[in-house]
Design a protein around this ligand. Sequence first.
Ligand SMILES: *[C@@H]1O[C@H](CO)[C@@H](O)[C@H](O)[C@H]1NC(C)=O
Ligand SMILES: *[C@@H]1O[C@H](CO)[C@@H](O)[C@H](O)[C@H]1NC(C)=O
Ligand SMILES: *[C@@H]1O[C@H](CO)[C@@H](O)[C@H](O)[C@H]1NC(C)=O
Length: 202
Amino acid sequence: MAIRRVFLAVLLPYCIIAFPTGPPVNRTVCTSMSPSGHPSNTATGPAPYIIVVSNDTYTAGQPIQVTVRANPGVTFAGFFVQARNQSDSALGTFSNVPQGSQVLACTSAAGAWSHNNKNAKTEITATWMPPSDDLGSIAFQATIVKGPESVYWEGVRSQPLSYVYSATPSLAPGVESTPSSKSAVSSSIFLLTFAVFWAMVA
Ligand SMILES: *[C@@H]1O[C@H](CO)[C@@H](O)[C@H](O)[C@H]1NC(C)=O
Ligand SMILES: *[C@@H]1O[C@H](CO)[C@@H](O)[C@H](O)[C@H]1NC(C)=O
Ligand SMILES: *[C@@H]1O[C@H](CO)[C@@H](O)[C@H](O)[C@H]1NC(C)=O
């Protein structure tokens, strides 16, 4: 009995962490950036959204701020963002993602950024850490869902960022790990500790 409780106690937090809300992470969205499972698209006209970047170049070890922004009077419910080069490879890692969003593992850990709730958003910003090599010009590309699920735009792009070499790549402090992964780890440790405690006293 006690063993079964401890077993449950250990597994439970991982089950909670493994199923966040947001777009399903499967090959369709990771490669085509299309929101599979949504009804056919009824959006018309140009996307009422822009992607703003903090710099028009990228350098290894130097973080870039990326913002998805709605035009005045417009909101969005969902989004999926990757940085892609001209060969269409998704590159770099996202961190410092605010509430309402999450990093996703598509082709690499934290290589994509998306919503994790459907609240109306006007603007959202995260940090992107470039790859360590010159992988050519990149641009942030997004699929943005205005809501309902049948109203979305694909291929929303930032300006291109070209690579600039720096002999002394400086790692800005505090960007190596994301607040969301830190809080996921600490909430997991909390749940684990609590569950083990509960299993022992029950
Ligand atoms: C991706 O997820 C959607 C929605 O759940 C599903 O319809 C689709 O079949 C999935 N695709 C793959 C390749 O798993
Ligand atoms: C931003 O661009 C300037 C000019 O090209 C460059 O010197 C600087 O290192 C860049 N900053 C980042 C964070 O890439
Ligand atoms: C794009 O990135 C991939 C690595 O993921 C690399 O193999 C490829 O050469 C890059 N493309 C360009 C045009 O630099």
